[in-house]
Ligand binder design. Sequence first.
Ligand SMILES: [Zn+2]
Ligand SMILES: [Zn+2]
Length: 255
Amino acid sequence: MALRFTSLGSGSSGNALVVENGTTRVMMDCGFSIAETKARLERVGLAPSDLAGICVTHEHDDHLGGVAAFAKRYAIPVYLTRGTAQWLPEGFPAVLVRLIDSHTTFAIDGLAVDPFPVPHDAREPVQYTFSDGATRLGVVTDLGCITQHVVDKLSGCEALVIECNHDIDLLMTGPYPVGLKQRVAGRFGHLDNAGARHLVSCLERSRLRHLIAAHLSQQNNTPALARKALAEAASCEEEWIGIADQANGFAWRDA
Ligand SMILES: [Zn+2]
Ligand SMILES: [Zn+2]
């Protein structure tokens, strides 16, 4: 068995990532319609029936927005905190709800899933690491600020997908209203390029083989700026940094 992962798309218009260990495949978040999710899964060689579960991070539309309809249509269990579960629509089948504790590792078939709480303006937000027992993928988007707990959870991973939401200068000089600028840049908002650089520089990286920038703002960031920030943090070539973009995410990678 080997861990591999792909993104179906990442950004404020919708996020979804798939992690696979052998025949176990789990989707993390789903911010797309049923048809869009199905099409994006087909692009990476998968069908909805291949998914053993959906792990949700928090209730914002770009993460939870597509989950209920898709899970209900294909009878896929949904893993989420009690705070996030409050945002499932009325009538969502209780039989598909798997409440998780934000500090307790759980298993979905052959995949170990380790949630951890993050500062973000949501009810009970978490992010996740996934492991097959040998290799570990850490994913963090929607991170208002860096905590020691986040650093501990992401240290030692073979693969990392890290939010590079905005460039602070582009955000502050850009078209967003002042209130939204303050929300995005605040301690319960989103991680900017400099924050992502700082986070990666704080991590234990001796096993790191994949570093991917995700959740880039289309107005307030560029792939080049995100690449530069993460490459500086990891002391590597900019070409080595992957980008999870809104339209295509990124192709399968063997962790
Ligand atoms: Zn988001
Ligand atoms: Zn969010």
